[in-house]
Design a protein. Structure first.
Length: 337
């Protein structure tokens, strides 16, 4: 696929390593003709170092930036046309300053894949280095004058043979990282479905066992969740898709400090699955339809059987097309071309 924005362009892609979405974006960049150097915005594999970077950024971000800078140097790319950053958790102002000196002609794009008030205040001091700053969060976009751009889905027909999946295998499924009050809400939903057999699939991921015990001491978030219900190994993207494609409805429990829609919400749209969510902002989106989307309250997450057993309502095709990874990427690069 030839692309006037990306064909034969050198792109430095500083990505988030999260459920293989980085690979989906990388594949799309390369399909569009770009020559891509990929590094991750967090160069650590240790859960402890990752946690410390998040909570004590002043201590570890300089080290993370030096490691990332060294990796970029190893590519020996003389000049980048674009630098595309997803969040940039491990990157400092000094890193961006030096990068712009080395690649003065590069168009700089930042995509903020988190709520600013969710320990991301440092980003506000880094916006000045970018030609375009986009956010998935409508509140942050308005507050900080950012380009609002919701997340995307990867069309499953590019990845999997859908004929092998029974759409009724799971009535409801949830796949996500454990944080904040998620585990307590999931415990209530498990209890609601406990007498209905094996109709609900829950995959709650945590980076390490010691975090389970630490968080349970700190705020008792796992008081209703035994450790054997937590997974300490992440799920690859194809497996995530397989579960969602075999589900009638997808459960979405966003972080309380964000108002933007999670990628699960957009994937539910792309897969034409019903969505159960606690995000009240979903009613403002063009794909919202009460036949397909059920709003629940975190403190009383009652899932209506009438909603679950009713049919999915098909939307206009242009809405499904609008939220693909292809359109998401094209819209970002078009703004700085």
């Amino acid at each position: 696929m030839k692309d006037k924005y990306l064909q034969d362009k050198n792109v430095l892609f500083i990505a988030r390593n999260f459920f293989s979405y980085d690979k989906a974006i990388l594949d799309e960049l390369e399909v569009r003709g770009a020559m891509v150097d990929l590094v991750y915005d967090v160069p650590f594999t240790s859960p402890l170092l990752k946690a410390l970077l998040r909570k004590m950024r002043f201590l570890l971000a300089p080290l993370a930036s030096r490691l990332i800078e060294h990796e970029i140097t190893s590519f020996q790319t003389k000049s980048y046309d674009y630098v595309f950053v997803i969040l940039g958790e491990g990157l400092t102002n000094r890193f961006y300053y030096r990068l712009k000196l080395l690649h003065p002609k590069a168009k700089m794009i930042l995509y903020v894949w988190d709520g600013i008030k969710n320990n991301r205040q440092y980003l506000k001091r880094q916006f000045k280095y970018f030609d375009l700053v986009s956010s998935f969060d409508p509140v942050d976009s308005e507050k900080y004058s950012l380009n609002f751009k919701p997340l995307f889905y990867v069309p499953p027909d590019n990845l999997l043979d859908q004929s092998n999946f029974n759409v009724n295998r799971h009535l409801v499924s949830f796949i996500g990282t454990s944080h904040s009050s998620r585990s307590k809400v999931l415990a209530k939903i498990r209890a609601q479905f406990s007498t209905k057999g094996n109709v609900i699939f829950i995959f709650e991921y945590l980076q390490a066992k010691w975090l389970y015990y630490l968080y349970n001491i700190w705020d008792q978030r796992y008081s209703s969740t035994p450790i054997d219900l937590i997974s300490f190994k992440s799920m690859d993207y194809n497996s995530v898709l397989e579960v969602m494609m075999a589900s009638k409805a997808i459960l979405d429990l966003p972080h309380p400090n964000q108002s933007g829609l999670t990628i699960r919400s957009i994937e539910a749209l792309g897969l034409k699955k019903k969505l159960i969510t606690t995000n009240v902002n979903i009613v403002k989106y063009d794909f919202y339809n009460p036949s397909n989307v059920l709003l629940i309250k975190p403190d009383n997450p009652n899932v209506s059987e009438e909603f679950l057993y009713s049919d999915y309502f098909n939307l206009d095709q242009y809405i499904y097309d609008k939220y693909t990874v292809s359109e998401w990427l094209k819209s970002l690069f078009a703004k700085v071309y």
